[in-house]
Design a protein around this ligand. Sequence first.
Ligand code: NAP
Length: 307
Amino acid sequence: MISMLSSIKFGPDAFELRPLGVGTNSWRAKTHAGAREALLASLDAGITLIDTAEAYHSGDSERTIGRILRDSGRTAFVATKFAPMPLRLSLDSLSRALSASLERLGVERIDLYQVHWPFTLLKIERLMDRLADEVERGRVRGVGVSNYNAGQTRRAHAALAERGIPLVSNQVNYSLLHRSPEANGTLDTCRELGITLIAYTPLASGALTGKYRPGGRKPQATRRVMSAYRKLENVMPVIEDLERIGRSHDRSPAQVALNWLARQENVLPIPGAKNAQQAQDNARSIDFEISEQEAEQLDIATRPWLT
Ligand SMILES: NC(=O)c1ccc[n+]([C@@H]2O[C@H](COP(=O)([O-])OP(=O)(O)OC[C@H]3O[C@@H](n4cnc5c(N)ncnc54)[C@H](OP(=O)(O)O)[C@@H]3O)[C@@H](O)[C@H]2O)c1
């Protein structure tokens, strides 16, 4: 059997990638040592998509990635994001933001340039038109969006299609504890249009690792307000299912949770990793496959998180 998890065709030139990336919103100069370990361990394991954004620590995540790649002489498939902040009212702000990201990353072209969120006075069609200009100028290889609903995804796709450019991806919150892309039509729309759904916070900010338990070790303060952590006792039956399935494959709950996402057509999770151990563990989430029956058990156990 050919594993569905071996690769995914990605981007305008159908670049082949492993169906997993690395999220970097915790990376910055202050966490450089862990970020370096995590990035190099990911590349060693064949995971090359590194997701960042100009908004992460005011560009420090991009700067940290640029520095690690430059110092190590390694290359990666770098995805970053334009932040359409309220005061960015002209399309030139996109080109200026892109110039700044290129400089911080130390590259001449961004592999995947995503619009971070849809809330802006700039019309989707105009933004896509400017992004198409940047593809033609050679500063962007593939165009993506993030946090777009089904209708917004269609508009972005159609606007780029007028310029003969595909929409590569839509990055949204998707995990066993956040399944709304299945319920609200985003996932179906991506599949229909041939767009990869990049799943962010695929471990529900660590809740799906099973290391945080009611009354036990506590996550960072900023995470405690999140719904998965506020009702951690409701998550425990899911963790028990992940542990049971994991035992039969010699894998951890986190690896099973990532496998459940990555085995789906057109879905590419980007778990955050803070050190080499986490990066290696996450990379090993796509070298096995849970069975149909196990996937169905997880589907049933997490139906309350569909909406
Ligand atoms: N487009 C958007 O609007 C948007 C929004 C949010 C995030 N993102 C992207 O999605 C990426 C991932 O999201 P996230 O990092 O917030 O959440 P996540 O991937 O669900 O959780 C990552 C956290 O879980 C823990 N962890 C990861 N791997 C582990 C392992 N193997 N074993 C044990 N613990 C592990 C680590 O935290 P601890 O060790 O502290 O527990 C890590 O920081 C971000 O880095 C960012 O690139 C995008």
